[in-house]
Design a protein around this ligand. Structure first.
Ligand code: ZN
Length: 100
């Protein structure tokens, strides 16, 4: 018989509480304030899928704060208007090789 204390652990830490704070309607990645709602949950009010009009970052409101809130979004992934302006173009696919 093993010690199974862990079965009775009480986790008091709030787990990303549902609707803890109303979502600030600004983009977590670039802080742009024009955000579109792409989808809403089948059960109303559970989540929305939002998209930034400027950088096209898309997220669901039920994702963790580091994906949904500007102040919690990882520093190294944030974008400024300058970053977006200077983002290199995605290279085109080269033509298929015809050798052999
Ligand atoms: Zn954005």
């Amino acid at each position: 018989m093993t010690d199974s204390d862990s079965l009775h652990d009480h986790v008091t830490e709030p787990m990303a509480g549902p609707l803890a704070a109303p979502m600030a309607d600004c983009c977590p990645r670039c802080a742009f304030e024009a955000v579109d709602t792409l989808h809403t949950s089948p059960v109303p009010g559970v989540w929305d899928v939002l998209q930034c009009r400027r950088c096209l970052y898309t997220w669901r409101t039920s994702e963790p704060a580091r994906r949904t809130r500007r102040e919690a979004y990882p520093e190294q992934f944030r974008m400024t208007p300058q970053d977006i302006e200077n983002a290199p173009e995605v290279p085109a696919l080269p033509p298929l090789r015809t050798s052999a």
